[in-house]
Design a protein around this ligand. Structure first.
Ligand code: FES
Ligand code: FE
Length: 358
């Protein structure tokens, strides 16, 4: 599936950057192949419009903020947060500005410290993270960087409890636990909820971070996939510590996703320094990134294009639900051709084996 070719993805909210980045002036971002520009209006609220002036197409992100409006760097036309041109310096005082002088504007709001943008009429809300509103938890911003892979691959990866043994060899993967002790999946209105128990190793930095001296432990996992590209991964440890990872792979283009990750924990800076929490999670994410960037970005929704095993059930359900989403909105999955994917177009495989897994 090519995300930029499926209009339904324009109807979801995505975090595009930390709101504090906007204090430095207008910032550009590419969302689903669309160039947008964000800035803070006079009330300090974020605004987002297309990053292309309606006069001579200059990038508005080269401009500056004037009285809460965005002024183009080429001829100074000014646009408000709704995309309307509110000042044309070349017009005589009092002359009307034509209504056609405008650029597309997008829904934009702040949540969890990030600016979230939706390019079209939203079909769902921003994912609810209950721990972020709980005063016994603290929020730590972790990562913000482009990954050269599809968001769906990362969603599947986070719910794939067979990969830690092989991918997280320097962090928490345990050779003794190649599969989870349990794996339960429930379909929800927002996506899926998965619960599982996985034995893991507990290296030295983690022993300090978790305040647990054992070299082995287990994670009781509560995971939510919020359609289409957000995961909440609550890791509960035996000592009562909960580490909740929230990760959105904001789709920039078909092959690039902006990895936006924060975590929420029920401990304090005095217990464990945020820098140490980030250092461990950094090592974990780099282990994933290396593998995920080697995968095809055109993730097939049809299960017949790749092989599967029982631990892939959450990922297969994700594909099935995305497929149903497309159908519900009258869309057909857009893909690279089999030739572009390096496959033999004469060899199509039947679907039936996969039905038994999901
Ligand atoms: Fe923007 Fe001319 S190109 S004002
Ligand atoms: Fe991983």
């Amino acid at each position: 599936m090519l995300v930029t070719k499926q209009p339904i993805f324009r109807r979801f909210w995505y975090p595009v950057m930390l709101v504090e980045n906007l204090t430095a002036g207008p910032q550009s971002f590419q969302l689903l192949g669309e160039s947008i520009v964000l800035w803070l209006d006079e009330q300090g609220q974020p605004a987002a419009v297309r990053d292309r002036c309606c006069h001579r197409t200059a990038k508005l992100s080269l401009g500056k903020v004037c009285n809460g409006n965005l002024a183009c760097a080429y001829h100074g036309w000014e646009f408000d947060g709704k995309g309307a041109c509110v000042r044309v310096p070349q017009l005589k005082e009092g002359a009307a500005i034509p209504a056609s002088y405008r650029v597309s504007a997008y829904s934009c709001t702040v949540r969890y410290g990030y600016v979230w943008v939706c390019l079209d009429e939203p079909v769902s809300d921003i994912p609810e993270i209950p721990e972020a509103a709980d005063s016994s938890f603290r929020l730590i911003h972790e990562f913000y960087e482009p990954w050269q892979c599809a968001g769906l691959r990362v969603m599947e990866n986070e719910l794939d409890l067979a990969h830690p043994t092989f991918v997280h060899t320097t962090t928490f993967g345990s050779e003794e636990h190649p599969v989870p002790d349990s794996l339960d999946i429930i379909e929800t209105d927002y996506g899926i909820h998965v619960e599982g128990v996985l034995g893991v190793v507990n290296p030295e930095l983690q022993q300090q971070n978790l305040k647990m001296a054992d070299s082995q432990t287990y994670r009781t996992l509560e995971m939510d996939w919020f359609m289409p590209f957000t995961i909440r991964l609550r890791i509960n440890y035996p000592n009562g510590l909960s580490h909740v990872i929230v990760n959105t792979m904001t789709p920039m283009s078909d092959g690039t996703s902006q990895m936006v990750q924060f975590c929420v924990r029920n401990d304090t800076e005095a217990d464990t320094k945020a820098a140490d929490v980030i250092a461990f999670d950094r090592a974990v994410t780099l282990e994933d990134k290396r593998i995920l960037e080697s995968t095809d970005y055109d993730v097939p929704l049809s299960a017949s294009q790749e092989e599967h095993m029982f631990t892939d059930r959450p990922g297969l359900l994700i594909r099935k639900k995305v497929s149903a989403l497309l159908r519900a909105h009258g869309e057909v999955e857009q893909t690279l051709s089999r030739l572009e994917r390096g496959l033999d177009p004469r060899k199509e495989k039947p679907e039936q084996r996969v039905e038994q897994l999901v």
